[in-house]
Design a protein around this ligand. Structure first.
Ligand SMILES: N[C@@H](CCC(=O)N[C@@H](CS)C(=O)NCC(=O)O)C(=O)O
Length: 205
């Protein structure tokens, strides 16, 4: 039996969930918020979501879950060609490291009404500018981010980039998605997939 721990606001949880839905496997959705309490740290040592449990074994990190699903559960959205696959993984890493992690230190202020120090905001802005520019250099958008076929990199972009853009809009007066029609077109296309529609419905509910 597979369990997925997380909650619908989490981009990483949604990426892992999309991989499971694409594979068409049954899983139990265990509604969980991040926590530093001992009982959850036993499940997820960093206290983060998502976590995945397969037959009693738990592991974390959304990209590890995506790989597990692709390799063992079917419905892989990785290309068969090793180099094309490396390019998809590279794009996923760029979204995680240089867009999501660049913006994340500012989530407290942009999304949750807190306050973030000016120096942190300055660093986030510079990092995000570099990350967006880097992703633009690597992305193909033909129409999907890695080329003609949808891949897990589209799911990373779909769920993570809008949160970073919200930070950019609210804190830096910079709507980088507005100047990125290829990304918007890809997201519209991805939104037609049943997996994404299911996740969108659960985000509303
Ligand atoms: N690298 C992790 C990142 C997971 C992550 O940052 N999750 C967020 C929710 S989207 C979280 O649990 N944050 C709470 C915390 O950092 O304590 C992954 O790929 O799963």
């Amino acid at each position: 039996m597979i369990k997925l721990y997380g909650f619908p606001v989490s981009n990483y949880y949604n990426i892992a969930k999309a991989a499971l839905l694409e594979a068409g496997v049954e899983f139990e959705d265990v509604r969980t918020i991040p926590s530093q309490k001992d009982d959850y740290l036993a499940v997820s040592p960093m206290g983060k979501v998502p976590a995945m449990e397969v037959d009693g074994t738990v592991f974390t990190e959304a990209s590890v879950m995506v790989d597990y699903v692709a390799e063992h559960l079917g419905g892989s959205l990785y290309p068969a060609d090793p180099l094309a696959r490396a390019q998809v993984r590279e794009l996923m890493r760029y979204v995680d490291l240089y867009i999501d992690l660049a913006a994340r230190p500012c989530f407290g202020e942009a999304l949750f009404g807190g306050t973030v120090a000016g120096a942190i905001k300055e660093k986030s802005k510079a990092d995000l500018e570099q990350g967006v520019a880097a992703l633009k250099r690597r992305a193909h958008f033909a129409p999907y981010i890695a080329g003609a076929e949808p891949s897990y990199a589209d799911f990373s972009a779909y769920f993570s980039i809008p949160l970073a853009n919200m930070v950019a809009k609210r804190l830096f007066d910079w709507d980088f998605m507005a100047d990125w029609p290829e990304l918007t077109a890809m997201m519209e296309k991805l939104g037609e997939r049943e997996s994404v529609a299911t996740i969108e419905a659960s985000r509303q509910g």
